[in-house]
Design a protein around this ligand. Structure first.
Ligand SMILES: [Zn+2]
Ligand SMILES: [Zn+2]
Length: 165
C-alpha cells in the first residue's frame, strides 16, 4: 500500500498528560515508525510504541522540566528517556550515539493524525495478533541504520504533496 503523508503547518505543539511540559516542533521529522521491542511495550503499556526521529534544533521545550532516565536498549546502546517530572509521561528519547537527534513520542503531539508509521522495527517481538503490512519498511530487530525509514518517509511526504495539489 502506498502511503501519502500530508505534513501540518509548522510549528506544531505537544505535551505531557498533566500539561506541565509543553514543546514545539519547528519543522518536519525525519520519519515515523513503530517499534515492537519489549522496552517499547513496557514504555507504552501497549503492543508497540511509535518513534519520530527529528533534528534536535527543530524541537523547543516551551514549558516545564524534563526528568532523564538512562536506559540500556536491547541494541546495547544507551538511550536517555526524557519525560515530565510530575506525571511521568515520556515525550522523547535522546540516543546518546546520535547527539544531534531526538526520538519524539508522536502520540504526545496535540494532533498526531499526520504521524503515520512508514515501517516497523523489532517485528520479531511483536505481539502475535499484530499484523505487519509487508509493503512497509520492516526490520526483524534493530535496523543497522535508519536511512531506509527516512527514505520511505520522504517518499510518503512527496506522494502526499502530489496528492494534495
Ligand atoms: Zn506532566
Ligand atoms: Zn522499541
Amino acid at each position: 500500500m502506498k502511503i501519502e503523508i500530508s505534513l501540518p503547518d509548522f510549528p506544531v505543539e505537544g505535551g505531557c498528560q498533566c500539561g506541565a511540559v509543553r514543546y514545539r516542533l519547528l519543522g518536519p521529522p525525519l520519519a515515523v515508525y513503530a517499534c515492537h521491542c519489549k522496552d517499547c511495550q513496557r514504555l507504552s503499556g501497549a503492543a508497540f510504541s511509535m518513534s519520530m526521529p527529528i533534528a534536535r534544533e527543530r524541537v523547543g521545550l516551551m514549558r516545564g522540566t524534563l526528568t532523564a532516565y538512562d536506559k540500556a536498549a536491547d541494541s546495547g546502546r544507551v538511550v536517555r528517556m526524557l519525560g515530565c517530572g510530575q506525571c511521568g509521561i515520556k515525550v522523547w528519547n535522546e540516543p546518546l550515539s546520535t547527539p544531534g537527534m531526538l526520538v519524539l513520542k508522536p502520540g504526545t503531539l496535540d494532533d498526531s493524525s499526520w504521524a503515520r508509521p512508514v515501517g516497523n522495527i523489532w517485528t520479531k517481538s511483536r505481539m502475535p495478533w499484530v499484523e505487519i503490512d509487508g509493503s512497509l519498511v520492516n526490520f526483524e530487530g534493530q535496523p543497522p541504520d535508519r536511512q531506509p525509514l527516512y527514505d520511505a518517509w520522504d517518499r510518503a511526504v512527496a506522494a502526499g504533496q502530489t496528492y494534495g495539489s
